[in-house]
Ligand binder design. Structure first.
Ligand SMILES: [Cu+2]
Length: 122
């Protein structure tokens, strides 16, 4: 009985390490969502990205037009997160919004294309 004790202890440590490693896959990324302008846009993006498997948390910063996403890199990648935003009708990083989804957005959310250009030219 005495001899098996260190082995049991070692395997416990190994199991703990393996468990710990599988949990450190969490990564954070900032996705540019330049066409997000109001709270409704933020809600839609947060719902869309939050529904992607492997995404742990998402918050949209409307002032900076950025979505802060924490995700499990073993389950999902940035491209899949961008695609979820695109399908919700918003541009994500270099990807333009899905035209059909964009058409379905409330009118207030569509005005930003023009107003964004106006802001940038100032
Ligand atoms: Cu909006």
């Amino acid at each position: 009985m005495k001899r098996s004790l260190p082995i049991a202890g070692l395997s416990l440590v190994l199991a703990f390490l393996a468990w710990g490693c599988s949990r450190t896959d969490a990564k954070t990324t900032d996705v540019r969502v330049e066409t997000a302008i109001c709270g409704m846009c933020a809600d839609k993006i947060e719902t869309a990205v939050g529904g992607v498997e492997g995404v742990q948390s998402v918050t949209v910063d409307l002032e900076k037009h950025i979505a802060h996403v924490t995700y499990d890199a073993g389950k999902v990648n940035i491209a899949a997160i961008e695609d979820a935003i695109v399908k919700a009708g918003y541009a994500a990083n270099e990807k333009p919004a899905d035209p059909a989804a964009y058409e379905g957005l409330p009118a207030c959310c569509k005005m930003d294309q023009e107003s964004n250009k106006a802001h940038k030219s100032m």
